[in-house]
Design a protein around this ligand. Structure first.
Ligand code: FES
Ligand SMILES: [Fe+2]
Length: 370
């Protein structure tokens, strides 16, 4: 898990100006709420007074009120009120919590969990089909995977599991040409992607109840931007396409929450929504059932602890990108956090830490760049 990327925190409709939405990401508790203007804010959940869970408090006058002793924190994380202070006393400068940059798009509240200034931040993956004529979005689906997010991402970048894990979808199989050649994985800014052709035995169109578009080959591919944003393309033909965006939220070492935006360029009528959503979630469940039992849970640190073959080309490239972010010193030190569990709570550093001192919580330990 890395600091300094955009992460999906909540579905837009989970975030209100009445009660904070409490969640966990990168092993750290966070809260999200809306101000009266409708803008969403994401803050560290830990009250710096005596450890109250701010996310279990309430929203008043655009501030979060701690449920324990009523300290108030504004959208920037600054404490604006301590009820027990006498009228001539001041709020201590250290009374503040981390507040993170937010973008709200595609029905999702995203937060930038890191301290990089705006012009140095890796991008939030665009959904170019969003709102375009000829494309339709399914309702946002949010589901949990009982697996480490890197394993989940690698599964999405793996064209060779389909015929075994997803037999009901017509078992799209790698063709011989594809088996022989190295995967054509191309780098993009902050990531990589590939497209391959599958022999189309029956293909997913059947599961979707429409076999009028069967073609001998289906073009499909995947890509990632950053460690946690994935897209899958399934092109049944030039006009019949799915673009599936998976914004993955590493909750902790064993759990991933996936925010899934499915865009399609066919079957555009609303009557198809439910069936397509059902098929998509059935496919996701097939992946989840495999991911839940992968061992080791987290990707091994050494490539010699697994055997990677040609069809793992995109997984290999993904891991190479992870090493680049290791080299920047952005990887969270999970072992160290585990060691201090219960004795200390950490915060993901927010951009304000670049300019201000006086923070109560220590920042998450990071693996030193080598
Ligand atoms: S712990 Fe939050 S106000 Fe005391
Ligand atoms: Fe899959």
């Amino acid at each position: 898990m890395y600091i300094n990327f955009w992460y999906p925190v909540a579905g837009s409709d989970q975030v209100t100006n009445e009660a904070p939405f409490r969640t966990k990401l990168l092993g750290v508790n966070l809260l999200a709420y809306r101000d009266d203007q409708g803008a969403a804010h994401v803050l560290s959940d830990t009250c710096v007074h005596r450890g109250g869970a701010l996310g279990k408090g309430w929203v008043r006058d655009n501030c979060i009120v701690c449920p324990y002793h009523g300290w108030r924190f504004d959208k920037d994380g600054k404490c604006t009120e301590i009820p027990t202070l006498a009228s001539d006393e001041h709020i201590p400068a250290r009374a503040k919590v981390d507040s993170y940059p937010v973008e709200e798009k595609y029905g999702i509240v995203f937060a930038f969990l890191g301290d990089l200034p705006a012009d140095e931040r890796p991008p939030l993956r665009e959904v170019p089909e969003w709102g375009k004529d000829g494309w339709r979005a399914n309702k946002l689906a949010i589901f949990e995977v009982p697996a480490y997010y890197e394993r989940s991402m690698e599964n999405g970048l793996d064209p060779s599991h389909n015929e075994f894990v997803h037999p009901a979808q017509g078992s799209p199989a790698m063709n011989d040409d594809m088996k022989r050649k190295p995967m054509n994985v191309q780098d993009v800014p902050w990531g990589s992607e590939f497209i391959v052709k599958f022999d189309n035995k029956e293909t997913g169109t059947e599961a979707l109840g429409d076999d009028s578009t069967l073609v001998p080959e289906v073009e499909a591919g995947s890509g990632h931007v950053g460690p946690n944003q994935m897209i899958t393309w399934i092109n049944f033909s030039a006009t019949n396409r799915f673009s599936q965006y998976f914004f993955e939220a590493p909750v902790d070492e064993n759990t991933t929450r996936v925010f899934f935006v499915n865009m399609r360029s066919w079957l555009l009528e609303a009557e198809h929504d439910e069936r397509i959503a059902r098929v998509n979630l059935m496919i996701a469940q097939e992946d989840i059932d495999i991911l839940a039992d992968l061992d080791p849970v987290r990707t091994p640190e050494s490539a010699t602890e697994e055997i990677l073959v040609r069809s793992d080309g995109a997984v290999v490239r993904y891991r190479e990108w992870l090493r680049k972010w290791d080299a920047k010193g952005w990887r969270i030190d999970l072992r160290e956090i585990r060691r201090q569990q219960g004795d200390r709570v950490f915060a993901i550093p927010s951009p304000a830490r670049r300019g201000e001192k006086n923070w109560v919580l220590k920042t998450v330990p990071l693996v030193a760049a080598d």
